[in-house]
Design a protein around this ligand. Structure first.
Ligand code: ADP
Ligand code: ZN
Length: 748
């Protein structure tokens, strides 16, 4: 994109991506050429934020190119720089245009993701706050003319110990702003510009490195360290079981980078779920850490951004957006729990942090370290095909054994006349924990969105022959339907595998399980945590605290409880129904079931008592269940890779999903069909188009949802072809909306 490089400082024109372009939904960049005023020639660089006249307004924009000649003869002039230093580098701008072309979005959206909140303003993450006068405490003391209210405010300001905003002083004392203003007039309170201190920075905690690395850790560091020192963009996949000391490896690797005067980025899937990680990183590197927390206020986030930008902080810790942290001289990028779907953004720009990190590491010439107890299949495949280096930490630090995992075949329970949600074994195990005062977690892989048809004799589930996904049962007698290719079949009366006649609908929810627990174990204290429950603010941390304190005997939850919950009192994990997730209409359902089963198993037996895991299923022979129980990751991934290869899914074929939303349904369907035709005309020789079909969640808020899947060679030319098709479709305001998701993760 950068036609002339930054060195050609005599350029008199710049190409600017104006911020106003963010208003439009078009994926065409809004780029305009401007003339550089004389006093700024030689100063402006790619990545500078400037103000420019735009229509009758002045707006902010980012310089994306320096030019000798403008594209149009009649150019207007840049009004000025927002900050002397450029906010972004030429590499950042380059990365934004790469994201735009790979994820088919507007580059302005990618640039926006890189910039701090309110980047066009002067504030830089600072704020005017009030401090009590310290020059003349005696004068303050002698100030007998203060009213009671004024004294109250002064006391509050002194007691706070930190500069406070005017509003905060008023809130604390219940007085009106005029009382505060009077104190300012008397010179007792002063305004001062202060940086908005991040709440995350208030932790006082030391996390010292261990005396010695384990042999496994040392071996891993011996691979990573030279790559950091050499400044190579090598990629590592660190596969380490839970509690094997991965976090310590991240911290040591970051320390190596800092020792080279480089900065580092450490990403975690959801920062609100990882207070322990924040504490450790801050406990090791102190104020050098900038935490880019989504729960910070805009000002706090901006303050952390500018600290990194100025180099006051050189470790960025945050969720996927931290991949854009303004770290200069980057020496290392780490993604913890790299398999987590949270690394994919669900709204434009729909980037995947791992892919962007790979690109950024290549730009910066620094290693990329991916860590997980259950690597994503795609990363696993990269490691086994030599695209990245595989490192492993196969043992737990404390030498504690992994919990004992048992699989219960629910068909045998039914045959024995047990109609309860709980198998006899799980029932017994829960009773035992209640008697011993130990805790249990009952886990339901996902909320049931849809139901499927299952043979209760052999456990076979009806799948689409073409798409390798479970067919969904529909009401209104529609039969079974594939939510990828829209194939429909009448509800069969016989199992195609064993010819049995007992086909049942399955798919149950957490609330049902909670009710069943109450009924089966009266007197036990039960809590539930799922997306519904967590919608009420604070529920998640309240439930966690109750549970960690031991106030809850049995916790019922979705995958929300699978991540990072370390409760030593838990000695039993029951997986109620491994099949719900397994038979989800998503080609990744086996992979995510396997990963979840391993993760939940990691929740049991973290204290000194050993743990037990019981998995209930009707498919004990399914590779995801069988190999999760055996803890055999390689065997499962090999078999899953075979399946993916046969069905033409990632990592063997690229995928793009087009989601259509609107009403009435016929119109949405027509649109999807029409787009399918247009796409096939242009790139039909390179991609296979599947669908249109109703999306697995086929209606949200009265909007019908249909999707199309493109499979195949979806790089350079075919992506450009697709972009062209999408840009040329005339769209009216009543027409369905189309969302384009490249490398989709969420298939709902
Ligand atoms: P993971 O990230 O793989 O779950 P952690 O890095 O959290 O593992 O390590 C698990 C526990 O072992 C932590 O309490 C950590 O402080 C401790 N630990 C890590 N490395 C060492 C070591 N070399 N010696 C002693 N304790 C260690
Ligand atoms: Zn199908």
């Amino acid at each position: 994109m950068t036609e002339s490089n930054e060195e050609s400082s005599d350029c008199r024109y710049v190409r600017v991506l104006v911020d106003a372009a963010l208003g439009g939904s078009s994926s065409k960049p809004r780029l305009f050429d401007y003339e550089i005023p004389d006093e700024l020639v030689g100063t402006v660089r790619v990545g500078h934020i400037v103000t420019v006249p735009f229509g009758r307004r002045k707006v902010a924009g980012c310089i994306v190119q320096l030019r000798n000649e403008p594209a149009v003869s009649d150019t207007r002039r840049v009004s000025g720089l927002v900050m002397n230093e450029p906010h972004l580098t030429a590499d950042d701008v380059d990365l934004a245009f790469w994201i735009a072309s790979h994820y088919l979005c507007h580059p302005a959206l990618a640039l926006r993701a890189m910039l701090p909140p309110d980047f066009a303003s002067e504030s830089r993450g600072t704020e005017r706050r009030l401090v009590p006068s310290v020059q003349s405490p005696e004068r303050v003391a002698a100030e007998i003319t203060l009213s009671d209210k004024q004294k109250q405010v002064l006391l509050a300001a002194l007691r706070l110990g930190v500069p406070a905003t005017r509003a905060r002083l008023c809130r604390r004392t219940g007085v009106s702003g005029s009382v505060v203003d009077a104190l300012i007039q008397k010179g007792i309170l002063h305004w001062r510009e202060v940086e908005c201190s991040s709440r995350a920075r208030e932790t006082e905690y030391q996390y010292a490195p261990p005396d010695q690395l384990t042999d496994d850790q040392a071996a891993v560091m011996a691979e990573i360290k030279p790559a950091i020192l050499r400044g190579e963009s090598e990629e590592f996949l660190l596969h380490g079981v839970t509690s094997s000391g991965k976090t310590e490896v991240y911290l040591q690797a970051i320390a190596v980078a800092l020792g080279e005067d480089c900065s580092a980025i450490l990403m975690v899937p959801e920062i609100s779920l990882t207070p322990q990680m924040v504490a450790r990183v801050r406990g090791r590197f102190g104020d050098r850490v900038a935490v880019l927390h989504s729960e910070l206020t805009r000002k706090e986030r901006a303050a952390e951004w500018y600290r990194l930008h100025r180099g006051d902080a050189d470790v960025a810790l945050g969720p996927r957006s931290a991949v854009f942290a303004p770290c200069r001289n980057l020496g290392l990028i780490v993604l913890d729990e790299e398999h987590d779907p949270a690394y994919k953004q669900g709204s434009p720009p729909r980037y995947h942090a791992r892919k962007v990190a790979r690109r950024r590491a290549a730009q910066a010439g620094c290693p990329l370290l991916l860590g997980s107890a259950t690597p994503g299949l795609e990363s696993y495949h990269r490691a086994s095909s030599g695209a990245s280096s595989h490192l492993s930490l196969p043992r737990r630090i404390d030498g504690r054994a992994m919990p004992k995992v048992g699989v219960v075949d629910m068909r045998e329970e039914w045959a024995a006349g047990n109609r309860s949600i709980f198998s006899r074994g799980l029932h017994r195990a829960i009773l035992q924990r209640l008697r011993r005062g130990e805790q249990s977690v009952l886990f339901l892989n996902r909320r049931g969105y849809s139901s499927f048809l299952l043979c209760s004799d052999c456990g076979e589930v009806i799948q689409c022959l073409h798409c390798n996904v479970t067919m969904t049962y529909h009401r209104r007698g529609e039969g079974l339907r594939c939510h990828y290719c829209d194939r429909r079949i009448p509800v069969p009366t016989q199992c195609s595998s064993c010819s049995g006649h007992r086909l049942v609908r399955r798919g149950s929810g957490t609330q049902k399980v909670e009710a069943a627990v109450h009924a089966a174990f009266p007197g036990a204290s039960v809590a539930r945590l799922d997306t519904d429950a967590a919608r009420i603010k604070g529920t998640r941390s309240r439930v966690y605290q109750d549970f960690a304190r031991g106030d809850v005997d049995i916790l019922v939850g979705t995958q929300m409880v699978a991540k990072g919950w370390d409760v030593p009192g838990v000695t039993l994990v029951g997986v109620i129904d491994a099949d719900t997730a397994l038979n989800f209409p998503d080609f990744r359902s086996a992979e995510s079931t396997f990963q979840l089963l391993l993760q939940v198993s990691g929740r049991a037996g973290r204290g000194d008592r050993s743990g037990e895991v019981i998995i209930q299923t009707v498919a004990p022979g399914h590779p995801a269940v069988e190999m999760a129980a055996a803890g055999d990751l390689d065997a499962f991934y090999q078999s899953e890779l075979q399946e993916r290869k046969q069905a033409g899914y990632p990592p063997f074929k690229a995928l793009v999903r087009l989601l259509f939303r609107g009403r009435p349904e016929a119109r949405v369907q027509f649109w999807a069909q029409d787009l399918r035709r247009r796409i096939e005309e242009v790139i039909g020789d390179r991609v296979q188009v599947v669908g249109p079909a109703p999306a697995p969640i086929d209606r949200i808020k009265d909007n019908y949802r249909w999707h199309l899947l493109l499979k195949g060679d979806l790089a350079g030319e075919s992506l450009a072809g697709l972009r062209e098709v999408l840009q040329n479709v005339p769209v009216g305001s009543q027409d369905p909306r189309v969302a384009v998701d490249v490398d989709p993760v969420n298939m709902l």
